[in-house]
Write a protein that binds this ligand. Structure first.
Ligand code: PLP
Length: 408
């Protein structure tokens, strides 16, 4: 039996899953307790190398930190990508702690407070404007501080991207300025003391369809070039979004990155460079960079049979890895890949339901999964846990301790 690709990517030694080359039992001893999240440094590096090798050289890579803001992970990634996109003042501080300069940090997201806007202006990061009133507040923050804010307009496009796990553009949105309202905002900004760098379009997340993403990129370029024509200042920054998905479930096919690369290459050569030779062109990715590089390790604390069904109870759960329980934006609950991490080579011989330690039926981690026979004390690994894991989970729910996170 060949292990699933996601499991094979981590590797194994003497029947144990390895992370960063270290067998999980030893890693658990090093951490001192379970459960914990482990992120594989080598896999992160390989992932960005794959992006660099497949996307054209003129495309800059930005890391969308909300996918995984663990400081050590962000530090490591900061050495691989060109820039970081943040969505809160705390994320901004983490990004500023890396060697990247403020000019390569962008701050997106609705509901930025006056204080956050002032912090961003003082830091010198690029503020991605989500509304006309936010733009006005940035201008006053700049006036008050005697600094010239660096801004880009986040545009809510007039098209939708089908097949995204989460849609964040097209139709009415809390994100960005509707494209039809952008010309008026450009006029306002032309007379304000701000440095308008360009445009940002991010229309959706978790998309596995290269053809749909390519079409969205083509429409995005068309839209930003039309807007660039209307801008009074030269456009130096085009953030084309991202939305690259990763396979979570058995039937998911990995994204065809080659096709995306070919499309971006054609867009750069035929559309962008002839019109905007000097603009930085950015793809902004979160989950595609980190999602597959992380694993959540739990230990079995109990087993029982209830009316013919085998239950395996682990010491972790949805309070740390909400997405694996199916409660983070999924419509239909399906199992994330999981394995008995210290019995990687043992053949499958039972079907079990893996549940977490929370006293709620929502805490279901694996429904009728085929696994090797496991015992109390064995380790269960939940994969695809590198993005939207710990920080996207209700850690205070039921009051269990927070898990450790390590970069190996
Ligand atoms: C969340 C977010 C991303 C990252 O999405 P992924 O699916 O993790 O790649 C990128 N840009 C913006 C503006 C976001 O809000």
């Amino acid at each position: 039996m060949t292990p699933k690709p996601v499991i094979a990517a981590f590797g194994s030694q003497n029947g144990q899953l390895t992370v960063g080359g270290i067998p999980v039992e030893r890693l658990a001893e090093r951490v001192g307790s379970t459960p914990f999240f482990a992120y594989d440094r080598g896999l992160l590096t390989t992932r960005v190398e794959l992006l660099r090798a497949t996307l054209p050289a003129g495309i800059e890579l930005s890391y969308a930190m909300k996918a995984n803001p663990m400081p050590a992970v962000v530090q490591h990634i900061s050495g691989l990508v060109d820039s970081i996109d943040v969505a809160s003042a705390l994320e901004m501080q983490t990004a500023l702690d890396t060697p990247l300069t403020a000019s390569h940090i962008s701050f997106a997201g609705p509901g930025k407070t006056d204080q956050e806007l002032s912090q961003a202006v003082a830091a010198g990061v690029t503020i991605e404007l989500e509304s006309a009133s936010e733009a006005a507040r940035v201008v006053s923050a700049g006036d008050r501080l005697g600094l010239r804010p660096r801004v880009a307009i986040r545009v809510n496009p007039d098209f939708q991207v089908k097949g995204s796990g989460m849609r964040m553009g097209g139709g009415p949105q809390q994100f960005g300025v509707d494209v039809e309202q952008v010309p008026a905002l450009l006029t306002d900004l032309a007379s304000a003391d701000v440095e308008l760098l360009g445009f940002h379009v991010f229309a959706g997340s978790q998309n596995l369809h290269a053809d749909i993403l390519a079409e969205a990129q083509r429409k995005t370029v068309e839209l930003v070039l039309a807007l660039a024509d209307k801008s009074l200042s030269p456009i130096r920054y085009l953030n084309l979004g991202g939305g690259f998905g990763i396979p979570y479930f058995d039937k998911d096919q990995p994204l065809d990155l080659e096709a995306i690369g070919d499309n971006l290459s054609a867009l750069l050569t035929d559309e962008i460079r002839p019109n905007l030779p000097d603009a930085r062109v950015v793809m902004e990715l979160g989950r595609y960079i980190v999602g597959e590089c992380g694993v959540y390790i739990t230990r079995i604390v109990d087993r029982k049979v209830s009316r013919g069904r085998n239950y395996v109870v682990v010491d972790g759960g949805m309070h740390h890895q909400l997405a694996a329980s199916g409660n983070f934006g999924q419509v239909i609950r399906r199992n994330y890949p999981l394995a008995v991490a210290n019995k990687i080579d043992v053949p499958v011989d039972e079907s079990v339901t893996v549940v977490g330690c929370l006293c709620t039926p929502l805490d279901l981690l694996g429904d009728n999964v085929d696994l090797p026979r496991s015992e109390v004390g064995d380790l269960v690994a939940l994969f695809q846990a590198g993005a939207y894991g710990l920080t996207a989970s209700p850690t205070a729910f039921l009051g269990h301790p927070a898990p450790a996170e390590i970069l190996v």
